[in-house]
Design a binder for this molecule. Structure first.
Ligand SMILES: *Cc1c(COP(=O)(O)O)cnc(C)c1O
Ligand code: SF4
Length: 341
């Protein structure tokens, strides 16, 4: 079965109620639901956490006043097309804007989609030249879109070009492919992820424990068996994973797949995504609950991307209380202890 790409196809699968506002939602962002993700949807559950991520909702047409077209300020930090340079030592490189699925909460919602601005060969050359000319760039993060949507040969060529730049120590790939389209992780693809000199790290985007189905587990195992260090990124999403049991199961499942949870992202102020947003206090309470329940291996850092292009910061929870002559430390089980200043 092919990827579902239209309201009609989703309707045929019984995944959509009829609502005139859906056409507007679908116009604002492309639809893509892979057969692997479709198979995970429980049709009996009208609030299914997998469907919620990929099936358009009328709520997307409700744009709140504080929501932004460029929620994390990428535009302001883009010196050449395809590059975002916010921190001195690392850049994002976005070779294309196509993804295997389109996540309704996407922070690059205004950018991703078929026909999105993929880099031409000469634009990609200019982006690589930008990196080459700046010895302070130690890490290149391939994102998009999803860099694993490049043909393995093109991806290998891009990685070789970055590997040839001596000051680039790390090439990091951010992708959702192993989860949502695991059959793309072929031996040829895995082989393309082998720079000779630089270290390659792989961050996989996964939001619900059910996404780690057997095919996704195998795809991650192929990457890990090839010696590629894996880390996990999760977006905290109302109605998808904003319960401690769900997050706990997700983090355990990731670690079982040899994926080290890296970030739990607070949802960005993306237009039409108010129905996914969770209060920061709720996120902090969830993180606090995870601390007492889960191995340190399975703990992500809860981060906020500060709107306006100011970068990511950890947003807690905190474990230190205030006292004039001692620190008050809260333990993972809620007990409070004094520690000398
Ligand atoms: C998220 C991001 C990074 C990577 O940040 P880390 O904290 O190193 O994961 C780098 N550049 C930009 C522009 C980003 O948005
Ligand atoms: S895969 Fe990533 S970039 Fe693509 S739509 Fe989903 S969140 Fe956005």
């Amino acid at each position: 079965m092919p990827t579902l790409r239209t309201l009609k196809a989703l309707h045929r699968e019984g995944l959509l109620a009829v609502d005139p506002r859906l056409a507007e939602a679908a116009d604002a962002m492309a639809i893509a639901l892979t057969p692997e993700m479709l198979a995970l949807i429980d049709r009996e559950d009208s609030a299914d956490p997998i469907a919620r991520q990929f099936v358009p909702s009328a709520a997307e047409t409700e744009i709140a006043a504080d929501e932004l077209l460029d929620p994390i300020g990428d535009e302001a930090r883009s010196p050449v097309k395809g590059i975002v340079h916010r921190y001195p030592d690392r850049v994002l490189l976005k070779p294309l804007h196509v993804c295997p699925v389109y996540c309704r909460f996407c922070f690059r919602r205004e950018k991703v989609g078929p026909g999105g601005e993929a880099l031409s060969a000469s634009e990609l050359d200019s982006a690589i030249a930008y990196i080459e000319a700046r010895p302070e760039i130690w890490e290149v993060i391939l994102t998009g879109g999803d860099p694993l949507m490049l043909a393995p040969r093109r991806l290998a060529k891009l990685i070789a070009a970055l590997d040839a730049i001596d000051h680039v120590g790390v090439i990091r790939i951010h992708s959702r492919v192993p989860i949502v389209d695991p059959s793309r992780v072929t031996d040829e693809l895995v082989a393309s992820l082998k720079p000779h000199r630089a270290a390659l790290w792989f961050a996989v985007h996964c939001n619900h424990p059910r996404e780690l189905a057997p095919a996704a587990q195998s795809a991650l195992a192929r990457l890990a068996d090839a010696g590629i260090p894996l880390m996990g990124q999760t977006v905290l999403l109302a109605g998808v994973n904003d319960e401690v049991e769900t997050l706990e199961a997700l983090m355990r499942a990731l670690v079982r797949c040899r994926v080290k949870p890296y970030y739990l992202h607070h949802p960005d102020l993306v237009r039409g995504t108010g129905h996914f947003r969770v209060p920061v206090e709720r996120g902090q309470a969830l993180m606090k609950a995870l601390r007492g329940r889960l191995s340190g291996l399975a703990q992500p850092t809860y981060v906020l991307d500060v709107p306006g292009g100011h970068g990511k910061v950890p947003i807690g929870p905190g474990y230190l209380g205030d006292d004039p002559d001692a620190l008050l430390v809260e333990d993972a089980f809620g007990g409070r202890h004094r520690y000398p200043r």
